[in-house]
Ligand binder design. Sequence first.
Ligand SMILES: [Fe+2]
Length: 242
Amino acid sequence: MEYFDIHSHILPGVDDGSQSLEESMAMLDIAYQEGTRNVMLTPHYMRGRNQYNKEELKKRFVDFKQEVHRKYPDMQLYLGNEILYEDGIVDDLKAGLIQTMNDTKYVLVEFNIRISYNQLYQAIRKLTNARYRPIIAHVERYRCLFKHLERIDELVRMETYLQMNISSVYGGLLDEDARWCKKLVREGYISFFGTDAHDLENRAPYITDYVAWIEKKCGVDALEQMFVNNAKKMIENQYIID
Ligand SMILES: [Fe+2]
């Protein structure tokens, strides 16, 4: 299976992720060995606080892609932004300032982890009303969603997709966070996985051990849907129908 990592900070020198071409290549070495063949590069977008604008990011992306293809011709790279939601984000999207996922209507959005559910809900409504398809980045992080399956359920019914950081499923029975994450995965609420890789140490793009757990608990078809098929539809701007 050729895994798809939809959330990473591997594009060098543009945010708090990889700081050099060498570091990025070493991160991709790990990803390649782990069986990942498709990587969405999603540098942070923070309103008015970005080091590079969209055109500059794209240029850096094209250069990086050329470099990567010399070493790994079968590694596909795509560009997106991980958007920190704040007032005015929809205006920035409409103005074309933000890189959507591979230039589709899908947008990877993160929130302050202490956001209230009401605020989160309103933000999602603003995005969907503007015809974007929000993917909530690392859905397991937000306090207002923790152990609120009814809220999770409400969100996925509003054409919102949930991305989980793959390493979050790691943890034993006593680990409440991991238990909650496993529940979300088993019950089919997660559309995408990502590594959210930032570096070669604590946040490196390893997936093998976690993939094994998902395959064991959910079966190979569900694994393929969450790790390959949904992402393929997303990059083509197709609807993801579960
Ligand atoms: Fe991230």
